[in-house]
Design a protein around this ligand. Structure first.
Ligand SMILES: Cc1cc2nc3c(=O)[nH]c(=O)nc-3n(C[C@H](O)[C@H](O)[C@H](O)COP(=O)(O)OP(=O)(O)OC[C@H]3O[C@@H](n4cnc5c(N)ncnc54)[C@H](O)[C@@H]3O)c2cc1C
Length: 467
């Protein structure tokens, strides 16, 4: 229940159109894309829409004085409950604050506000022949603030890295309301080893250390040419070694994706005209660069795939490439079609596995799927070992939900056993904090010390990362 005094105090800081305390407004902020959000009701006490750093600072000074939790939020596409007010408090909706302040083409960087949507940013950069390489599947919705806070990536991380590789500096409001700029107060330098790298500490901190109100982002020239190889394999085991063979041939594709047999079936059921070959695995290799390099790499990859027992199709035709990509881009939407009463849940969905154990992990996930009687659609970024394992369940069956919880736990533990991680790009949030101690050991306590130093009262997004 939002108290009248909270509303009154917030209205001293912000205008009335920037503060919401009504029940329906607050309920709208009790969800993100996680399965957890459908099972719990984390309703904040107030939602505010600041659009200046001094406004965020004033809110944090107030929250600090009162000991009220503050939860930053972008578009709410996160899959971990990261932007949910699990301990009540104030949600800062930063999505309307969406200016691109400047694109500095001479210095290959841009200055953005937290609410800029990824796809819009790239459309703007494209006019200059530039791009921001990290590319989440949620591109049309997610904000750069959310991407930085989650260190998001996507299918091109294999060659271009994750968001952290592109953040040159941040303006941050700390829990106390103090404002700092990381990466150099007035710097436009691309390289900078002056002092501790505070930028890296905030990237991936999931809103637990401070609020990002501005970011200096490195941008890249768009490659001149692209091509795509689709390789199909009758046996799942034959696919992962092809990825390593491609690297051994001196090729670094801009994307390497896998669809397992279940994902292929789901796509064909969802959109039959896609007509993907019904095999145990499909690999998609995207290559980019200069036209001759692209041509050579595409042919090399096709030869490697065929030698490994697969079939390969190579194309540089934009229409054909779009057709070949379509199967991959449809999996997220198609997964639920694998059974009539199915819902694809975002839980246990983001494991990251060492390259030499990916085949084993995929087989193990199939075994766990059979053991728990729950279909798992596996697909994703095999080039860096980040596999999306999407359970499909009847969410109205409490018994099935219980089995899904056990399956998700087994998938997370499998990733750790195979020397991987429970999450490659979606983050910890509320849903994976139980595994943080196993993954990090004593390093988790060092992380906690940093958190305590920056946020001694634990008002910044409490309950996330650390249980
Ligand atoms: C269909 C779909 C596909 C997806 N595909 C991918 C993918 O390919 N790769 C990938 O990495 N992720 C993917 N995601 C997950 C998600 O989209 C990303 O994590 C995204 O970057 C979150 O952005 P957001 O604006 O929605 O953030 P939110 O969900 O609103 O917030 C995410 C976290 O960031 C914090 N936060 C937000 N803004 C700020 C700020 N200004 N300052 C401090 N903290 C802040 C929040 O507190 C929260 O902890 C996908 C999600 C969906 C639904």
């Amino acid at each position: 229940m939002a108290s009248n005094s909270l509303k009154r105090d917030l209205l001293k800081i912000l205008n009335s159109n920037q503060v919401r305390t009504g029940e329906i407004d607050r309920r709208l902020y009790s969800y993100d894309s996680s399965f957890l959000a459908t099972r719990n009701s984390f309703i904040p006490d107030a939602v505010v829409f600041p659009n200046a750093t001094h406004e965020v600072a004033a809110i944090l000074r107030y929250a600090s004085a009162q000991g009220i939790p503050v939860v930053p939020r972008g578009a709410g596409t996160g899959e971990t409950g990261g932007c949910l007010a699990c301990r009540g408090g104030i949600v800062l909706d930063l999505s309307p604050w969406n200016n691109v302040d400047e694109v500095d083409t001479s210095n290959m960087q841009a200055f953005v506000r937290p609410g800029v949507v990824h796809a819009r940013f790239n459309r703007q950069l494209s006019d200059h022949g530039l791009f921001f390489p990290p590319d989440p599947g949620s591109s049309q919705m997610c904000t750069l603030g959310g991407m930085i806070a989650n260190n998001s990536s996507g299918l091109r991380a294999v060659k271009y890295g994750t968001t952290e590789n592109y953040v040159l500096g941040l303006r941050i409001v700390l829990a106390s309301g103090e404002v700092i700029t990381t990466g150099g107060v007035n710097s436009r330098a691309i390289k900078n080893v002056s002092g501790l790298n505070l930028t890296k500490i905030f990237v991936g901190s999931e809103g637990t250390l401070g609020v990002i109100t501005r970011a200096r982002i490195r941008i890249w020239p768009k490659p001149a040419a692209k091509g795509l190889v689709m390789a199909t394999f009758r046996r799942l085991e034959d696919a992962p070694p092809v990825v390593q063979e491609v690297y051994r041939a001196g090729i670094m594709p801009s994307g390497v994706e896998i669809l397992d047999g279940t994902a292929i079936r789901a796509v064909n059921m969802y959109r039959p005209e896609t007509a993907l070959p019904e095999v145990e695995a499909i690999l998609l290799f995207e290559v980019d660069g200069s036209p001759p390099a692209v041509e050579w790499e595409g042919n090399q990859i096709s030869n490697i795939a065929v030698k490994a027992g697969g079939k390969a199709e190579w194309s540089t035709d934009p229409q054909r490439m779009a057709d070949l990509w379509r199967g991959r881009s449809l999996v997220a939407a198609a997964a639920a079609r694998i059974r009539p009463d199915g819902t694809r849940i975002f839980a246990g969905e983001d494991i990251s596995i060492p390259l030499d154990k990916v085949a084993q992990a995929l087989r193990e996930v199939h075994r766990l799927s059979a053991h728990y009687g729950i279909t798992v659609v596996s697909f994703g970024h095999i080039g860096d070992g980040n596999i999306h394992t999407a359970p499909v369940i009847d969410i109205d069956s409490p018994e099935e939900v219980k089995r899904a919880d056990a399956l998700v736990d087994a998938i997370h533990r499998l990733a750790i056993e195979l020397n991987g991680s429970t999450t490659g790009e979606h983050g910890v949030g509320l849903v994976r904090s139980d595994y943080a101690a196993i993954e990090h050991g004593a390093a988790l306590q060092a992380m906690q010390k940093i958190k305590q130093a920056l946020d001694p009262q634990n008002i910044m997004n409490p309950g996330k990362i650390w249980p």
